[in-house]
Write a protein that binds this ligand. Structure first.
Ligand code: UD1
Length: 448
């Protein structure tokens, strides 16, 4: 029976039709919510499993669209990806038939570019679509490409694809990034584990998800160490072995639920929540006046100050870890609409992360966007139910938060963006007492 295939638990594919959330706001949330595994860790761990031909097993993998896209992309390359139970994935990359990651994968998920490093290191070549092209956004991948070149890869760019080759094996190198990059660090790290000799990566991203990846690589037999807060060193190995790993909890999902409790004036306990990884964010929440208590793996949020004196305005600035995560900037902005006074927002990491504030303004928020990096929020405003359109994942979750806080009914269109990265978000909010349902999108002309 040793080679009998395990029972396949298959997640129901997301419906193709566009859906929207209908939310009746103004109800304080209360109760407990379990925090899922981290999206940004799970995607890289699945990619790391292609560094070996042996089977790898992951638990606490979030059931989200991005993970499904990564699993499908790997299967198309000939990798065996099993999904034997909810939140469990097994990857066996004994054979990799194709070394071609198509535009379709890149268009659906920018993180598919994380396959560049491991495929190049393991098989010596890969053709991979550029996810940073005009067609799907403006986030570049030049740091990743330069890092692979430093490791000895030859890379040409033609017709939207990178053609990458490593004559012989990759060679260890000193990689210096112009600025901190999370996936750039991870791509370089993955490639270096199978390179000949020593690699130093500086400045290396310090995000907890990078350390989760390092922990898994070490279980695979890789020689990797963070030798300084922003330096990672790798001694390449000829081969790695299969390993098992439990994905760390999603600090961004946790931060989202902290804001949900705060802006509805509720009281919520987050179970399995990574308090240690939310330092800068929880410091802001506390400064604003949200009650926060932390245990080893739980966070209690008390938003009752909202009904009493309201929250206090504060200035925020995003930064690479351990600074305030750019992924938590949109939820924090929703929190600041409920703070009395003027708050200034400085988004230092991305150029396009303040655009969503125009949608928040449709709900009555008093927001001024000064340029690509600066905005001002004046509060406290009573948000009103409205119809809004989700443009991306984090903005989407934040529009739901605003709708939960708002008086009256809201329609938040483009649910698929949120499902890319949040597991069962609608059920989780409902279990906390929210009135939220998902339904087919009503075309604009037919809106009530
Ligand atoms: C990751 C996270 C994303 C998070 C971001 C910052 C994943 C799948 N995504 O994205 O959720 O918001 O970190 O914490 O883990 N840059 C370049 N050239 C490059 C790469 C990056 O110019 O080749 C720039 C980016 O445009 C950005 C900055 O560097 O301004 C940092 O981006 P980076 O840390 O690389 O973000 P991601 O790893 O893509």
């Amino acid at each position: 029976m040793a080679d009998a295939r395990p029972f396949q638990w298959e997640y129901r594919p997301a419906p193709v039709a566009r859906e929207q959330y209908r939310i009746e706001g103004g109800r304080p949330l209360g109760g407990r919510v379990a925090i899922s595994g981290s999206k940004n860790a799970a995607l890289k761990l699945l990619a790391a499993a292609t560094l070996t031909g042996e089977r790898c097993r992951f638990e606490n993998v979030p059931e989200i669209e991005d993970v499904r896209v990564m699993a499908e992309t790997l299967r198309e390359l000939g990798v065996v990806v099993d999904h034997p139970a909810p939140n469990v994935y097994e990857v066996a990359a004994g054979d990799i038939d194709w070394l071609f990651v198509p535009l379709e994968a890149a268009a659906r998920m920018r993180a598919s570019f994380i396959l560049l490093g491991p495929l190049l290191a393991r098989r010596g070549q890969v053709i991979i679509s550029n996810p940073g092209g005009d067609r799907i956004g403006r986030r570049p991948v030049n740091f990743h490409v330069d890092a692979m070149r430093a490791l000895g890869a030859e890379i040409d760019y033609r017709y939207g694809y990178y053609y990458a080759k490593a004559p012989g094996r990759l060679r260890g190198a000193e990689i210096r990034f112009p600025t901190v990059t999370v996936m750039g660090t991870e791509n370089a790290l993955l490639a270096a584990t199978l390179a000949v000799g020593h690699t130093t990566i500086e400045p290396a991203a310090r995000e907890p998800e990078v350390d989760d990846l390092i922990a898994f690589l070490r279980k695979m037999g890789a020689e990797v160490e963070r030798t300084a807060p922003d330096r990672i060193e790798v001694e390449g190995r000829r081969r790695l072995r299969g390993a098992e790993h439990r994905v760390l909890p999603d600090r961004i999902e946790a931060g989202t639920f902290v804001v949900a409790a705060a802006v509805t004036g509720g009281q919520v306990r987050l179970e399995g929540a990574p308090c240690d990884h939310l330092g800068a964010f929880l410091e802001v929440a506390g400064r604003v006046g949200v009650g926060i208590a932390c245990g080893s793996d739980w966070i209690e949020v008390d938003g009752r100050a909202l009904a009493a004196d309201g929250y206090r305005a504060t200035d925020i600035e995003t930064a690479p870890y351990p600074g305030l995560a750019t992924d938590l900037q949109p939820p924090t902005c929703v929190l600041l609409t409920q703070a009395v006074g003027t708050s200034r927002v400085h988004e230092t990491v991305f150029e396009d992360r303040l655009e969503w504030l125009a949608e928040l303004a449709r709900m009555g928020a008093d927001v001024t966007v000064h340029d690509a990096h600066h905005a001002t929020i004046r509060g406290r405003t009573r948000l009103r139910g409205a119809t809004t359109e989700i443009g991306d994942l984090r903005a989407g979750a934040s529009l739901i938060l605003a709708a939960l806080a708002a008086e009256g009914e809201s329609v938040v269109r483009g649910a698929h963006h949120v499902e890319r990265g949040y597991e069962n978000i609608e059920e989780k909010f409902r279990a906390l007492g929210a009135r939220i349902e998902r339904q087919p999108e009503i075309p604009p002309g037919e809106r009530p």
